[in-house]
Design a protein around this ligand. Structure first.
Ligand code: AMP
Length: 460
């Protein structure tokens, strides 16, 4: 066989073998997101803001496991809630136990409060929680299957001040992130006033063939959990709900007074809110105050603002006075909220809000040649130890590319060390804005930098 054909055969065989070697790429799961380095500045900002606010208002950080007993959520969120029925990631583990990935934070926090005897601490116990939650929702813009929440829970306080304080914190959180929001607020009363209201509500839905116009889910809810008819996200159901009797008209005296007090505190603090009679929240455990934080309608970009805001709520919460007892603890009033971090980031990006670049450094260390590289590796550690924000590119050899990186890092000065400077016992200080370079004594470089940039704080 002529040589040339043999070569072609070899090539084909090689390509075939290479294709076989290339393994199938496994992409991320639907509804899950990677957080890439460029995105982290938003996370850092939100975590910082949440931490500062929580600390100011006396909330202490805690965490709970991602996996919990499935029953924890079935019992707390309610067996007929969307979270439990449709959205929970649950499975049977190797020991045959029914497990769930947490779909919300509150049940785990309450379990922890009871399990660790936090009722023995001075009340209220004010807890700050931040972490991922999982819901098998239909993925779309702003709706993921893994997302993160910032939660505050105030456990052991029945006073309306506690509700108002939480709503105020959410308002300040968004205001300080320069996002315009409108707090939607309602009261769903207590078990006794709700009983009377539910009769009125069921009668309303039975009137004049309203039932037939409801979505399939709402037809089922009418029998199981009629309150949920009010906050269905389907357009036809929302139109009917707008004419439904309002729960605030059925509140007992205690619940009415509690609600009025919450609103009075908010008025005093000048916190805007919208009384929203159809807001009930989707979980069984809420009583009295419920609230949601919606992007202000001016910020809705398409479709009906009201509809869009409802579906893109940035956060929500309320009072859950019966939950601790229902979960096996002592009767303990409590309230809390959860804010969806990814949605807040989407809003910040949408509004192009400028962010401080935390990655920015004070100084860059550049080198020319291996002996210089060794010396600046030592100098780098000395400057970093002294509290300067130093940046470097030890693995690069080319000075031009190092200076480009120094520019990207936004530093004020670059220190340049080459063969000549090593021989002379000097180093160059380059002012990155003017491009002017000065020669300084290598031994005095730290003092020289301190003179120009000031001494950095050494606090940890
Ligand atoms: P909820 O407990 O359902 O009221 O959720 C509290 C907040 O979490 C919401 O207001 C949203 O900001 C956020 N959130 C809820 N579900 C999702 C989701 N599937 N993807 C992203 N964020 C969500």
């Amino acid at each position: 066989m002529p040589k040339i054909f043999k070569k072609k055969d070899n090539k084909e065989a090689e390509e075939k073998a290479s294709r076989a070697r290339r393994v199938r790429f496994i992409s991320r799961l639907r509804g899950m997101k990677d957080i890439l380095p460029d995105e982290y500045k938003y996370w850092n900002l939100i975590i910082k803001k949440a931490t500062e606010l929580s600390r100011s208002y006396g909330f202490k950080r805690m965490d709970t496991p991602v996996l919990e007993n499935l029953e924890l959520y079935e019992r707390s969120s309610g067996r007929s809630s969307d979270i439990v029925v449709k959205e929970m990631f649950s499975f049977i583990d190797k020991n045959g136990e029914k497990i769930a990935l947490r779909p919300e934070a509150t049940p785990g926090i309450i379990r922890s409060y009871i399990e660790h005897g936090m009722f023995n601490l001075p009340q209220p116990v004010k807890l700050f929680w931040l972490g991922p939650v999982f819901r098998h929702d239909k993925p779309q813009a702003g709706r993921f299957r893994q997302f993160s929440q910032f939660n505050l829970e105030s456990i052991g306080d029945a006073s309306p001040v506690a509700d108002a304080e939480l709503i105020a914190i959410t308002y300040y959180f968004f205001r300080e992130l320069q996002l315009e929001v409108m707090t939607q607020i309602n009261s769903v009363g207590c078990a006794s006033c709700r009983k009377e209201y539910l009769v009125k509500l069921e009668n309303f839905y039975k009137e004049r063939g309203r039932r037939t116009k409801l979505c399939n889910d709402c037809k089922k809810r009418l029998a199981k959990n009629p309150l949920r008819l009010l906050d269905c996200k389907e357009k036809q159901c929302q139109e009917i709900a707008a004419d439904a009797p309002q729960i605030v008209d059925s509140l007992c005296e205690d619940c009415r007074n509690h609600f009025i007090k919450v609103l009075e505190y908010l008025d005093e603090l000048n916190i805007p809110y919208n009384l929203n009679p159809t807001l009930v929240r989707g979980l069984d455990y809420y009583n009295r105050t419920v609230f949601e934080i919606w992007p202000s309608s001016a910020e809705a970009t398409e479709g009906k603002p009201e509809e869009q805001s409802r579906q893109n709520a940035l956060g929500g919460g309320g009072r859950y006075d019966g939950l601790v007892e229902y979960m096996g603890g002592r009767p303990t009033p409590a309230c809390g909220f959860g804010i969806g971090i990814e949605r807040v980031i989407l809003k910040i990006k949408e509004k192009n809000i400028p962010l401080k670049d935390e990655e920015k450094g004070d100084l860059f260390l550049a080198h020319l040649g291996d002996p210089a590289r060794r010396k600046i590796m030592v100098l780098f550690e000395e400057l970093r130890k002294n509290g300067f924000k130093v940046r470097q590119a030890f693995t690069k050899d080319n000075l031009k590319s190092q200076l480009e990186l120094a520019n990207q890092a936004g530093v004020k000065y670059t220190l340049i060390l080459g063969q000549k400077e090593i021989m002379d016992g000097t180093i160059l200080i380059r002012d990155m804005e003017s491009g002017i370079q000065e020669i300084v004594d290598y031994k005095k470089v730290v003092a020289e930098i301190e003179k120009r940039l000031g001494s950095p704080s050494k606090k940890i």
